[in-house]
Write a protein that binds this ligand. Sequence first.
Ligand code: BJW
Length: 234
Amino acid sequence: MVAKIRKQQWVILTGAGISAESGIGTFRDSGGLWERHRIEDVATPEAFLRAPSRVHDFYNARRAQLDDPAIAPNAAHWALARLEAALPDQVLLVTQNVDDLHERAGSRNLIHMHGALRSGLCRWCDHRFAVADRLSVDHQCGACQRSAGLRPDIVWFGEMPYEMDRIHAALARCTQFVSIGTSGHVYPAAGFVDVARDAGADTLELNLERSEIGNRFHHHIAGPASKTVPAWVD
Ligand code: BJW
């Protein structure tokens, strides 16, 4: 009898730690974004309804940072793009990051589960559009022509992350699950390791140090992503 060999399927989850060495700050490390801004002021739908200009200012500044010539993909982003190219149709990259460094490095099978800085969304008609620089409360929707409804296309606390059906389908059939540079603080992403383990996947965490959910992984590699990810991929 010929044994059935299960084709390897990788789901790779990335968080703010993978972009830290590219110059984009994390949220919860010392000096991180949440030390300087209150989540309730900038990252909830209620904050946007209360004070849209403040929320726009927060995301306009972060979007502008992406145009800084010093901000570029690092060796970890490039390595993940190489992995995808070497294993076509076998790698799904799920990022919690709203920057565009994975795309710039060449990753294509990519889900931005928490949205993207360069995208905007009309809360009246759900029209999505590219944002080159700033969004403001005065802007009008290009589709429905209504004003005061354009928001950053970002998943805030209490909102459903994007493409959850596709992510869960991939987790259910994955053989390897790898988590890179995320604290495991925010759900549902923090629960993906359990879903992958239940599906029989081997699980690996790469982080500066073991995260608070690190004990749920089979393996752990400590160190900066720009070193650990290329070493693991190549
Ligand atoms: C390195 C490194 C280097 C550094 N190399 N590593 C109780 C009350 C209320 C709500 C909840 C609750 N319990 C659960 C919830 C749900 C809530 C949640 O999880 N809250 C927790 C705080 C408890 N989650 C949600 O609300 C989510 N939605 C949801 O659950 O929907 C369900 C639903 C909705 C409606 C109806 C019914 C059901 C949505 C979560 C949205 C998260 N949004 C944010 C901000 C928006 C994006 C943005 O502005 O950029 O997303 S929060 C922020 O955290 C951001 C990140 O994507 C996310 C994760 O952070 P990440 O990436 O892990 O960064 P850090 O800073 O935490 O960690 C960095 C790590 O890197 C560290 O571990 C370092 O060690 C490491 N590192 N340098 C390698 N060089």
